[in-house]
Ligand binder design. Structure first.
Ligand SMILES: C[S@@+](CC[C@H](N)C(=O)[O-])C[C@H]1O[C@@H](n2cnc3c(N)ncnc32)[C@H](O)[C@@H]1O
Length: 301
């Protein structure tokens, strides 16, 4: 079975999930995703049966509501998508813009699924006022309803009845974390001062995020953070500081499509940071799988 994925979303960790899950310890009770996006890591965790409880949070409320509908009421959201998809046939572009207007007024996540499937480059965009402003894809009409239904049913089969949902700022979520949890954090790529990034509904402040990680360290919490990255000589995002005492591994995220377009064969590497408490759990003698990469590769070099 292929891992199902109904939602296209920039920054989705769908393709890196298997590698990230290599750094999950045994005996995780609850996986917490404060920046869930499409919850690709929770879906893959359930698929690999590495945990049974999930806390899925994202500040983007329509996105979070959409995840909840997909997981808890799959037939309802699949039917809504099918209806909207068929309605576009006569004037697909005009239909997209009217659904987008309606979504920007109501925040209705059923409309959001259609927009995510139908928007240009499969990449949602927001203006400064927080309204979705991406144009439609002029050539494609969006995932076929039958394919969408299959993916929705697949995600629901993996996660139904196992999740708690919230749409809070990540700092509020981190206050609830206990030692038996595993927190996976994938915040938007950041500059130093929380600049608005049009790809996401909200952003975070780098300094505040570091303070939150220091607090988690003080409590001995196991966590993983996907943060910065690089393609060739170009770095993206601020690195997390040495003072946090994190183990950093570079994950090969494959060929950069941007660089390929420009005729360069550059690979993108994304940093995955491992908290001190988690690194200790992973290096216990009873952990069978070798994780040499933890000591041989370092993004601090
Ligand atoms: C890089 S995406 C996560 C992608 C996700 N790992 C996936 O596989 O789809 C970052 C997410 O963080 C959310 N976000 C931004 N600021 C936030 C905040 N302060 N608290 C909680 N979520 C936030 C955004 O809405 C966005 O969905």
């Amino acid at each position: 079975m292929k891992i199902p994925h109904p939602i296209q979303y920039q920054g989705s960790k769908r393709n890196l999930a298997a590698t990230i899950l290599e750094y999950f310890p045994a005996n995780v009770q609850t996986v917490i995703e404060p920046f869930a996006g499409t919850a690709a890591i929770s879906v893959a965790t359930a698929y690999q049966k590495k945990a049974n409880r999930f806390l899925i949070n994202d500040l983007n409320k329509p996105l979070l509501d959409l995840l909840q509908l997909i997981i808890e009421t799959p037939e309802e959201i699949a039917n809504a998508y099918e209806k909207l998809w068929h309605e576009q046939q006569l004037d697909s572009i005009g239909h997209y813009f009217s659904v987008r207007d309606e979504f920007n007024c109501s925040g209705d996540s059923r409309l959001f699924l259609y927009l995510l499937a139908r928007c240009a480059k499969g990449a949602v965009r927001y203006n400064n006022a927080g309204y979705m402003n991406q144009s439609p894809d002029k050539r494609r009409k969006g995932t076929l309803p039958a394919t969408m239904r299959k993916n929705i049913q697949g995600v629901s089969a993996l996660l139904k009845g196992k999740c708690e949902f919230s749409s809070l700022d990540y700092k509020v979520v981190l206050k609830q974390v206990v030692n038996t949890d595993l927190v996976y954090m994938d915040p938007p790529y950041q500059g130093v001062c929380g600049d608005k990034d049009s790809r996401y509904y909200a952003g975070i402040h780098h300094g505040e995020f570091i303070e939150s990680l220091a607090e988690l360290n003080a409590q001995g919490i196991s966590y993983l953070v996907s943060y910065d990255g690089k393609t060739g000589n170009k770095n993206y995002g601020e690195k997390l500081p040495n003072t946090l005492n994190l183990t950093c591994v570079e994950i090969n995220a494959g060929r950069s499509s941007q660089a390929t377009l420009l005729g360069r064969q550059e690979i993108t590497f994304e940093s995955l940071y491992i908290s001190p408490a988690l690194a200790k759990r992973l290096l216990q003698p009873h952990v069978k799988k070798a994780r040499e990469v933890m000591v041989t590769e370092s993004c601090y070099a």
